[in-house]
Design a protein around this ligand. Structure first.
Ligand code: FDP
Length: 280
């Protein structure tokens, strides 16, 4: 693995226990909003500042951008890292799973998903794990005391899918999204926890489909292309799955803004093929 990519992976693993340890005392609102207009927690700010410091110090990282900042920070020359420091932060109050996402782009931001050279996420569940994709393969690590040790090499989605989870309020789903869910719910079990990383990791483990779809009230959905959809789409594709914005791979969505949103559908290839055939 190239040195810079390995250093990013190791820095995120090293920061994970610190982020986790900082959560209990940071459940309150920070009194501000992120650039997407969402209320920010003290925990979001803490994780963002920690990751900027750690990732920004790596040789070969040129820019740091996060969901919590209006624009990218120039930290040298080299890859651009795009981070969602605490994904699913509304899960902090009820003490449910959360994540940290990182994408490593060989381009300035906003960039295409095709410019990703690596991507990973940390899952703060009963144990802390990390999935990291690079050069077409995904490795799952156990993260303990800031060290990542390999749990599974070459992680792939299982053949027989079993779970699905779709975000957004059901009455807000357009008719074609609702028709697709009607179609798959007789085959799959509903699993939706409200943090993208928790829900995606179930799909990676059991096979199935995760979506934050287009909504009647939000045709672009909710999730952010640079920080969430591209990195996680890249991981799912490296694991033999498919990503889609409803028409084709999320990695082909035209990058138009740092905080742009896109509908996103991720999972077992046959389920995403069926989804694209069902959506108008
Ligand atoms: P959150 O707002 O809690 O940070 O990134 C946004 C996100 O969580 C995703 O992790 C999650 O999949 C989605 O929003 C949940 O949205 P809903 O509350 O609308 O289900």
């Amino acid at each position: 693995m190239a040195d810079t990519v390995a250093a990013v992976r190791d820095a995120v693993a090293a920061a994970a226990p610190e982020i986790r340890a900082g959560l209990p005392g940071r459940r309150e609102q920070a009194g501000s909003e992120n650039p997407s207009g969402e209320r920010r927690l003290a925990a979001d700010e803490y994780a963002d500042e920690l990751l900027e410091e750690r990732l920004g110090a790596i040789d070969g990282v040129g820019a740091y951008a996060s969901e919590e900042r209006e624009s990218a920070v120039d930290v040298g020359s080299g890859y651009s890292v795009a981070v969602d420091p605490l994904d699913g932060s509304s899960n902090l109050k009820p003490n449910n799973v959360m994540g940290t996402i990182v994408g490593v782009y060989d381009a300035s931001l906003p960039a295409s998903g095709r410019d990703l050279v690596a991507a990973g996420y940390v899952l703060y569940g009963p144990i802390t794990t990390m999935a990291f994709a690079h050069e077409g393969t995904v490795t799952e690590y156990l993260v303990e005391d800031g060290e990542a040790t390999t749990l599974n090499e070459d992680v792939t989605l299982p053949e027989d899918p079993t779970v699905y989870g779709f975000g957004g309020r059901v009455p807000d789903w357009p008719a074609d999204v609702a028709a697709y869910v009607d179609d798959v719910e007789s085959e799959l079990k509903l699993r939706y926890g409200g943090a993208m990383i928790g829900d995606v990791n179930q799909v990676l483990t059991y096979g199935g489909v995760f979506a934050y779809p287009k909504l009647e009230s939000a045709p672009e959905g909710k999730l952010r292309l640079q920080f969430e959809c591209n990195p996680v789409g890249y991981i799912i594709e490296c694991a033999g799955g498919r990503s889609s914005d409803g028409t084709g791979s999320v990695l082909d969505v035209d990058p138009t803004g740092l905080h742009q949103r896109t509908p996103v559908y991720l999972g077992t290839p046959s389920l995403i093929d069926r989804l694209e055939a069902t959506l108008d």
